[in-house]
Design a protein around this ligand. Structure first.
Ligand code: SF4
Length: 201
C-alpha cells in the first residue's frame, strides 16, 4: 500500500529525510517542479520514510482502509507549515535570530534590560519537533526576550547548577530568576506552563 505526504505540514525540501532513507527510490526530488515526488509503484511499505520524518508528515498505509484514513486525516488537517515551524522547547532551533553562541550569553542575556528566557540544550538531545511545545505558548503573551543556546561547555552547567537538558533559564537584571529542567512533551504542556508561571508570575 502507498505512502502519502501531508504537504500542509511538510516543508517540501530537497533534503527530506524520507528521500534519503527510501531504499527503492519511491520518494525523490523533482528539481524542475521543486517538489518531493512519490512513485507508489516502487513503495514496499517498509516504513523507513515514516520513521525518519521529524514532523510526522509522511505516512504509510499498509491496507486500503489505512491509506483512506490517512488521506482523510490529511484532508482535514487544519495546520500549516508555519504553525509547526516555531521554536519549541527541546526541539531543534528554527529561527536563527533566536540562536546564540555561548560567547554571546553575557551581552544577549545577562545584560538584557528585560526578562530574558534562554533555553539551553545539547544538540544530541534534540527531541521531536511535533511533540514539543511552542515556546511562545509558555509566556502567555508576556513580552519576554527568548534565546536558544547549545551548550558545549560543562562549566555553564556547573555555574547554573543544571542537572538536566534541555533547561529553560530566566534572567532579570543579570541574575537567574528561576529555571525549569528536563523535557516536556506537548501532552504535559500544562505542567510546564505552571512551572514557568511560578517563575514569571
Ligand atoms: S515506505 Fe519504504 S519504500 Fe515506501 S516510500 Fe517510504 S521508505 Fe520508500
Amino acid at each position: 500500500m502507498p505512502v502519502a505526504i501531508n504537504f500542509k505540514i511538510c516543508d517540501n525540501a530537497e533534503e527530506c529525510n524520507g528521500i534519503e532513507v527510501c531504499p527503492t527510490g519511491a520518494l525523490s526530488w523533482d528539481d524542475k517542479k521543486k517538489t518531493i515526488v512519490i512513485d507508489n509503484t516502487k513503495c514496499t511499505s517498509c516504513g523507513a520514510c515514516e520513521r525518519s520524518c521529524m514532523v510526522q508528515a509522511i505516512k504509510v498505509g499498509r491496507t486500503k482502509e489505512e491509506f483512506a484514513k490517512i488521506q482523510k486525516e490529511i484532508e482535514e488537517d487544519s495546520r500549516k507549515v508555519s504553525d509547526l515551524y516555531l521554536d519549541r522547547y527541546g526541539a531543534m532551533p528554527i529561527l536563527p535570530a533566536f540562536l546564540i553562541e555561548e560567547d554571546k550569553f553575557e551581552r544577549e542575556v545577562l545584560k538584557a534590560s528585560k526578562l530574558t528566557a534562554v533555553e539551553v540544550f545539547a544538540n544530541e538531545g534534540i527531541m521531536c519537533l511535533l511533540k514539543s511545545i511552542p515556546i511562545t505558548e509558555l509566556f502567555d503573551g508576556l513580552d519576554i526576550k527568548f534565546r536558544k543556546m547549545e551548550i558545549k561547555n560543562k562549566k555553564f552547567l556547573d555555574d547554573y547548577d543544571i542537572k538536566e537538558l534541555p533547561a529553560l533559564l530566566f534572567f532579570l537584571e543579570g541574575k537567574l530568576a528561576g529555571k525549569v529542567e528536563g523535557y516536556f512533551e506537548n501532552e504535559n504542556k500544562q505542567a510546564l506552563k505552571e512551572k514557568v508561571k511560578v517563575i514569571i508570575g
